[in-house]
Ligand binder design. Structure first.
Ligand code: FE2
Length: 279
């Protein structure tokens, strides 16, 4: 089935949600394509032996328009789209392996990121640790937050929080991001710990969050709702691509987060704590 995502994306873009095709308009520069395979993700799963789809998600990187400046070249800001297949990893909902971003300089907040959900539903699991080099036995997980994103939502990944994307629905999840082009992601001890501090699994009573026993201590799971942040170019009525393309200066916080921390956190409205379970 062809689904037109042009309005929510900001340029001509359709998906074939059965054959997993991505179709871009002729005004769009051809992106750089990449895939994440199950083999790259297996090590962070609750059930490392679970039967998996060979490709978990497609990445289309550095999207831009042929007749407009490329914001990677003018502002070091990159626009990407990721397409997640609908599948389960055994009892666990399909997810990314999870990564952290580094800091521009010692003592500075790490680079943030912003996701825009285009189709389906995303659950983002955010996790802050005291050290990226410490193993699961020594690392202190300081905070865990979950936030749900629906089409049109712009969801901030705040500085110093690693993030996992989960597809909780039996349909593709398609999401975009603006992010600084000045760094490479870091994985810390995520593989050694077999994932982040919580797993999101199917159970008889419905989905539930269970603690990853590899970590010594796991903090409560805080739940947040997305809020618009017009000061950072994030509103529901403008496509994420369009905001950054037309007003890249509004996205400067992606490269210089230190003096915009209050605005960044205003997009994450903590509403309570979610019940969690032992494995
Ligand atoms: Fe990221």
């Amino acid at each position: 089935m062809i689904k037109d995502l042009s309005d929510v994306t900001g340029f001509t873009y359709q998906i074939d949600s059965e054959r997993h095709y991505n179709i871009f308009g002729t005004e769009v520069e051809s992106p750089l394509y990449g895939v994440r395979t199950s083999d790259e993700i297996r090590r962070v799963l609750l059930d490392t032996e679970a039967p998996l789809p060979s490709i978990v998600y497609w990445m289309m990187r550095d999207l831009s328009l042929k007749n407009a400046p490329n914001r990677k070249q003018t502002h070091d800001l990159r626009f990407d789209i990721s397409y997640f297949v609908p599948a389960m990893f055994g009892r666990e909902y399909l997810k990314t392996s999870g990564h952290y971003h580094p800091s521009p300089a010692e003592g500075q907040p790490a680079w943030p990121e912003v996701y825009g959900v285009l189709s389906g539903k995303a659950i983002y699991l955010l996790q802050k640790v005291n050290s990226l080099s410490a193993g699961p036995d020594e690392v202190v997980v300081e905070d865990c937050i979950i936030v749900e994103g629906n089409p049109g939502d712009k969801v901030i990944m705040p500085p110093d929080y690693g993030h996992v994307t989960i597809n909780p629905l039996p349909e593709p999840l398609v999401m975009a991001n603006w992010v600084s082009n000045r760094f490479s992601s870091q994985y810390g001890s995520v593989e050694q710990a077999r994932g982040f501090a919580y797993y999101y699994i199917e159970s008889e009573g419905g989905p539930r969050w269970v603690k990853n026993p590899a970590y010594r201590d796991v903090p409560p799971l805080r739940e947040a709702r997305v809020r618009e942040v017009p000061d950072l170019g994030l509103t529901r009525d403008t496509a994420l691509f369009t905001s950054g393309q037309q007003h890249p200066e509004l996205m400067d916080w992606l490269n210089n987060p230190a003096d915009r921390l209050d605005a960044i956190w205003s997009g994450i409205d903590i509403i309570g704590e979610r019940k969690t379970y032992e494995l």
